[in-house]
Structure formats: structure tokens, C-alpha cells
Write a protein that binds this ligand. Structure first.
Ligand code: OOG
Ligand code: MG
Length: 260
């Protein structure tokens, strides 16, 4: 186990890389014994730095919940990261705020009540107040977006950078959560297509998994939290001038324009 001072030093290094948009060498290349438990400590120390900079935590994101993502990144276990309000994108995304941004198609939830214990699928569904189409914008603080190992990506807050969700909330009642068609369009052309069952077999299961992971760490999900359930498609690079849109059957679409 790494000592607290080392965890904080690694969190500072990642935070400086993010703010300066200067990628660094992955942590496990220099700290071979950084394990997954340490990596979550580094991630939380990094969120602490962002809160100290005035950001407000607003939820969680799941990662590697689909085969498409596991294959793309060659990492195979579900992980989570934390979201802040500062990461929210509306209409316009400034590419220059990132090192090598990518976008991926997700289903997002707002939970209506606090979750303190592991929930099963039915309980998780009953906690979901609203459902949204969500685009996650990833960025890695590591050179060439090479994650190397699960502890590296977890320490880097699961590559989270920004997110956009549809404007209109939709209650989950009447939606077949496993059969939502998702189409990710770049400049009007379909780049990624999937059914929502690609996410954990059922995106609600991502919330089940999150409740289990957080319970192990004695953490809870606050009422009102936003949850990104993980991408159904691979992530695609973003560049200035692109318009990205996600259409999901039964939900309002979400889109943004990439500017300098
Ligand atoms: C890690 C984050 C994975 C997802 O939706 O699967 C993720 C990465 O791909 O860099 O956000
Ligand atoms: Mg994602």
C-alpha cells in the first residue's frame, strides 16, 4: 500500500497534467506496486484537489461495462470515476481544454434517492428518477492515450474529462432499458451504433455494480447524483469543427459542436 503522501503527489501530478494539457508517463511504469486500492485513493485525492479549486462533485461514471470498450482499451474489469459540474458541456465543447479528447455513447441516470448499500436490479431501477442520452468526452492524462493497466486509468479518474446529457429528462417507466437503440453521429454520419444491452447487459446493472464497489469503500451515492453507465460504443477522437450527436430511441437527443 502506498503512503498518503505518495498518493497525494501522484494526484497532484495528474492534476497538473490535466490543467497544463501536458501528458505524462503512466504511473505504473514508475510505481510498479500501485494497486487498484491505491489507484482509487489517488483518484479521490485528485477529486479533492478539484473541489479545493471550486468544483462540485455531481456524480459517478462507470467504465469498461461493454465489450466494445473492453476490446478498444484491452482492459476488462468495470471501474468507476467521479464527475463534477465543471465537466458538463452544453452545446459547445472547447477541444483546446483537452490533450486528446474522444467521445462515446452512454445512457445516463439521475438517482432520486440516496444509495448507501448494494442494490439489486429492481432496487436500482426504483432509485432512478430520470434517464438521459449521454455523451462522455474522455481524455487521458497519459501519453498517446495509453492506459497500460487498470490502476493507471483508475488513478486518472477513469479518463473522465467532460460529459453532455440530453436536456429533457425522461422517467424510466415504460422504457425497456435493454432495448434502446443508440446512434452516435459525427457531422450527421453514423460512427457508432449499439443497443443499450451492450452496457452491462442492461445499463441499470451498471448502477448495481457501482453500488457494490462504493459499498466496499464505505461511500454512498447521494440523491440527485448523475450516473454515466458506461459506453456502448468505442470512443472516437474529436477535432475542431465536428458536430457530435447521440440519438437514443425514446429519449431526447444530445449534441454539441467542437470549437478551438
Ligand atoms: C477509460 C474509461 C472507460 C467507459 O465508458 O467505458 C469509460 C477509457 O476508455 O479511457 O469511460
Ligand atoms: Mg465512458
Amino acid at each position: 500500500m502506498l503512503d498518503d503522501a505518495t498518493c497525494h503527489a501522484l494526484a497532484r501530478e495528474l492534476d497538473e497534467a490535466r490543467r497544463a494539457r501536458r501528458p505524462i508517463q503512466s504511473l505504473t511504469q514508475r510505481n510498479a506496486n500501485l494497486d487498484l486500492v491505491d489507484a482509487y485513493r489517488v483518484m479521490r485525492a485528485g477529486i479533492g484537489l478539484r473541489v479545493a479549486q471550486g468544483e462540485a462533485v455531481c456524480g459517478y461514471k462507470m467504465g469498461f461495462t461493454s465489450q466494445a470498450k473492453r476490446e478498444q482499451m484491452k482492459l476488462h474489469d468495470p471501474i468507476y470515476g467521479m464527475l463534477t459540474e465543471h465537466m458538463r458541456v452544453e452545446d459547445v465543447f472547447r477541444v483546446s481544454r483537452c490533450i486528446h479528447p474522444r467521445a462515446e455513447a452512454e445512457i445516463a441516470f439521475i438517482v432520486g434517492r440516496e444509495i448507501r448499500e448494494p442494490v439489486d436490479r429492481e432496487e436500482a431501477l426504483s432509485c432512478i428518477a430520470s434517464v438521459f442520452a449521454g455523451i462522455e468526452i474522455l481524455d487521458s492524462r497519459y501519453r498517446d492515450f495509453k492506459l497500460f493497466s487498470l490502476p493507471d486509468v483508475v488513478a486518472d479518474n477513469s479518463s473522465s474529462s467532460h460529459f453532455a446529457i440530453s436536456e429533457d429528462a425522461r422517467a424510466p417507466g415504460g422504457l425497456d432499458m435493454t432495448r434502446l437503440r443508440m446512434r452516435l453521429l459525427f457531422d450527421g454520419e453514423v460512427r457508432g451504433e449499439a443497443e443499450s444491452s451492450a452496457i452491462s447487459g442492461d445499463p441499470v446493472q451498471s448502477l448495481v455494480q457501482l453500488s457494490n464497489m462504493l459499498c466496499d469503500e464505505k461511500q454512498e451515492i447521494a440523491a440527485g447524483s448523475l450516473i454515466l453507465s458506461g459506453a456502448a460504443t468505442p470512443a472516437f477522437p474529436l477535432a475542431v469543427g465536428m458536430t457530435v450527436k447521440l440519438e437514443v430511441t425514446g429519449l431526447a437527443p444530445v449534441s454539441f459542436r467542437c470549437v478551438e
